[in-house]
Ligand binder design. Structure first.
Ligand code: PLP
Length: 386
């Protein structure tokens, strides 16, 4: 039975631990070895053992991860890259030519926006911004040259929610493909391909790795021809995930389900505390009943995730002060690790969107709620808020 068929009927938690993780044929090791190797001995010219010839093209540890990624997203092909942006870059250069148009969200990771505005635009690809939480706004932004609609849900850093199925319909009616950056949700909480998306993007640096010890990216698709096209570009462009990085992510994924449950639980408690805090003027968390995307999130997600953003009374300096005063919440960029992080998006992760349609509020603080004891997290934030 092929790996794909063997895992198709299994639940997420089981797939996370077993897909791609077959015992090593040589020793029986239950964890795939780190094949720290660049090239492979051939039995006569072209006589490949197991199909491997050069580790940019394929490496067994990366293959294990790629099979796992496909199974996690209920897709047919997973591809692992050196970073989330490397995955995005490969996707854009594989699928777009000069004159093509892309619809991008009005809230997204600053680096994704920078890739469109400062890199891809230079090759003559056009883009426009839409409020993707409103399918009509997306439809209005579509042009006859639109090839891709890009969505981040929940979005970074404002936790906006896009109805994936509704935007997939808009994309397909326009003959375009829908890309969903599933980094904030992880495949445990949200399955974009099943909702109609064509391509899923991940920064594996975040929840997939889960321990703030690796940078990586992924693309997952459920169309074999598209998978082949992307795999061709992955090899032709070369920004692949290395064997050790692949191994670290594969290890992180085994606990993804239990981590996401705890991240979601803790984040929900923190969001509730912030809502009633006198120094907090607004809380962004899709689990809150008055979040504008709450109903859509409840429909398309299994839980609301570990990211919470909020605005602080007193403006930018007050927000920066809260970040500086936190202790258990480590002041730092990135997200999705077991340890809690706090940051000021305006000056840190989203400095590159200043002055654009994606500019974030100056008094915004973003939390990546870890899996420490929630009482310790609450105490730290209460103290930091003063
Ligand atoms: N997408 C989202 C939602 C992100 O938060 C990030 C990084 O912060 C990226 C993509 C880019 O990933 P990487 O930093 O692994 O290149």
């Amino acid at each position: 039975m092929s790996d794909e068929h063997q895992h198709a009927h299994q639940s997420f938690e089981t797939r996370a631990i077993h897909a791609g993780n077959t015992a090593d044929p040589l020793t029986g090791a239950v964890v795939p070895p780190i094949y720290q190797v660049s090239t492979y001995k051939q039995d006569g010219v072209g006589g490949l053992r197991g199909g491997y010839e050069y580790s940019r093209s394929a490496n067994p540890t990366r293959t294990a991860l790629e099979e796992n990624l496909a199974a996690l997203e209920s897709g047919r092909r997973g591809l692992a890259f050196a970073s989330g942006l490397a995955a995005e870059d490969c996707l854009l250069r594989a699928l777009l030519v000069p004159g093509d148009h892309v619809v991008i969200p009005n809230d997204a990771y600053g680096g994704t926006f920078r890739l469109f505005a400062k890199v891809v635009e230079r090759w003559g690809v056009e883009w426009s911004v839409a409020d993707t939480s409103d399918a009509a706004s997306v439809r209005a932004a579509v042009t006859p040259r639109t090839k891709l609609i890009w969505v981040e849900t929940p979005s970074n850093p404002l936790l906006g929610i896009t109805d994936i199925a509704a935007v997939a319909e808009v994309a397909h009616a326009a003959g375009a493909r829908l890309v969903v950056d599933n980094t904030f949700a992880s495949p445990y909480l949200q399955q974009p391909l099943a909702l109609g998306a064509d391509i899923v993007v991940h920064s594996m640096t975040k929840y997939m790795g889960g321990h703030s010890d690796v940078v990586g990216g992924a693309l997952v698709v459920n169309d074999d021809a598209l998978g082949e096209e992307l795999a061709f570009h992955q090899n032709a462009m070369g920004a692949v995930a290395g064997p050790f990085d692949s191994w670290l992510v594969l290890r992180g994924i085994k606990t993804l389900a239990v981590r996401m449950d705890r991240h979601s639980l803790n984040a929900g408690r923190i969001a509730e505390m912030l809502v009633s805090h006198p120094k907090v003027t607004q809380v962004y968390y899709p689990g809150l009943p008055d979040h504008p995307g709450h109903e859509v999130a409840a429909k398309q997600m299994r839980g609301f995730g570990g990211m919470v953003s909020f605005r602080v009374e007193g403006g930018e300096e007050a927000a920066v002060e809260v970040c500086n005063r936190a202790r258990l919440f480590t002041l730092g960029e990135s997200l999705g690790g077991v340890e809690s992080l706090i940051e000021h998006p305006g000056r840190m992760t989203h400095a590159s969107v200043a002055g654009s349609a994606l500019e974030v509020p100056a008094d915004l603080v973003r939390l990546s709620v870890g899996i420490e004891a929630v009482d310790d997290q609450l105490a730290d934030l209460t103290r930091a808020l003063g």
